[in-house]
Structure formats: C-alpha cells, structure tokens
Design a binder for this molecule. Structure first.
Ligand code: GAR
Length: 205
C-alpha cells in the first residue's frame, strides 16, 4: 500500500493563523497530507517563525532580489520541485501570482479569502462588507486563476454581520470559519474528491 502523504506548501505574508490551523489538522494520524514547506515574501512574517518552531522547512524569498515576477516565481517553482510539492496553499499571501506559476500547477493552487466571493474581492474584504451594509459575509476557498480572487469556488462558509460589528469583531468570527474550511478543502483535495467542471467545483461524496 502506498502510504505517501500529499505534500503541501503554505505561502504566507503575515500572522499565519490559517497556516497554524492547517498544521494542527495535518498532525492527526488520519491526515492525508503534511506541510512540507512554508514560504514567505516577508522576512518578519510571524507565520515563518511559527513554522520554524514546528520544525517545518521555511524559506524567505524576497521579491526585490529578483528582476521580475517571472524570475521570482521561477525561484518558487524551484523550491516546490525540490520539496515535491503536490498542492500550494495561499494563506494570507498578499501577492498576485502570474501564469508562470499558475500554468506550472494547474488546479493545484488554492487560496482563502475573507468574503463570500465573488463579493468583496481584493484588500480589506471585511471592511468592504461592513461598508456595503451587508447582512452576511464569510469566507471562500477557491482555486487560483489569473484574476484577483476570481478562480473556481470550492467551499464557502457564511458569517452573519451583527449591527454592532467592527472590522475586528467580524474578522475574528470569519477567521474561525476560515480555519475550519481550509483544512477541510485540503483533505478533500487529497482524497481526490474535488472535480472541476468548467468554473464549477463538484465535491464528490
Ligand atoms: C486571512 O483572513 C485571509 O483570508 C486573508 O488574510 C488573512 C490572513 O490571516 N487573505 C486575503 O485577504 C487574501 N485576499 P492569517 O495570516 O492569520 O492566516
């Protein structure tokens, strides 16, 4: 029996709470995946320090050391190949990735975003939802395509917006749903239960 676990790379730019939740999920005995690599574009990202503490290989790849986005992403690809990465998980990675990377890993790059896409893409999604007067927001895990937060949606979770919500209180409630659904999607991916049909993703039961 082949017992190789799927290998994921987590890309992050900051706090890394989604990374921590994914890590925790990956440590259960029945996990079909493990985190093989954490990469950041920010040297001081808290998530990098945490990954070091967990004993996970980390890499800080500084964008300004490269002459172009293509050169930067080629370096990322080199790392992914070295660590035999099967799935790339963007978790608060605040850079837009280009076809160089996307075409190398078709349907193998996923992202989490703190709104019910296609509503409120881009930065400060929680603030956008509050300013729009929405009654509901949430989070989305989706495949990454060339647009901004525009790829096929895999899973969403709703969060009610209360009248007295601040950006912070809403973000906290959304975050706990992010932590729940991101690991769930990664498990489904490695159980071969995600099927893309056009722009729709079917979850096989
Ligand atoms: C999360 O809320 C994630 O959804 C968001 O950044 C935060 C990272 O938190 N990502 C985006 O807005 C991407 N468009 P974390 O570093 O604690 O996981």
């Amino acid at each position: 029996m082949n017992t190789r676990k799927g290998k994921i790379a987590v890309l992050l730019s900051g706090r890394g709470s989604n990374f921590e939740a994914i890590y925790k999920n990956s440590t259960s005995a029945d996990s079909p995946y493990e985190i093989a690599l954490v990469v950041s574009d920010k040297r001081k990202a808290k998530g990098l320090t945490t990954a070091d503490e967990f004993g996970i290989p980390t890499n800080f790849v500084r964008p300004r050391d490269f002459s172009s986005k293509t050169a930067y992403e080629k370096k990322l690809i080199e790392l992914f190949e070295k660590f035999k990465i099967d799935l790339i998980c963007l978790a608060g990675f605040m850079r837009i990735i280009s076809p160089t990377l996307i075409n190398k890993y078709p349907a193998r790059i996923i992202n989490i975003h703190p709104s019910l896409l296609p509503l409120f893409p881009g930065l400060e999604a929680q603030r956008q939802a509050l300013e729009a007067g929405a009654e509901v927001s949430g989070c989305t895990v989706h495949f990454v395509d060339e647009g901004v937060d525009s790829g096929p949606i895999i899973m969403q979770a709703r969060v009610r917006i209360e009248k007295d919500d601040s950006e912070e209180s809403l973000s906290t409630r959304i975050l706990s749903e992010e932590h729940r659904i991101y690991s769930e999607v990664i498990r489904l991916f490695f159980q071969n239960k995600l099927k893309i049909e056009g722009r729709r993703v079917k979850i096989l039961t």
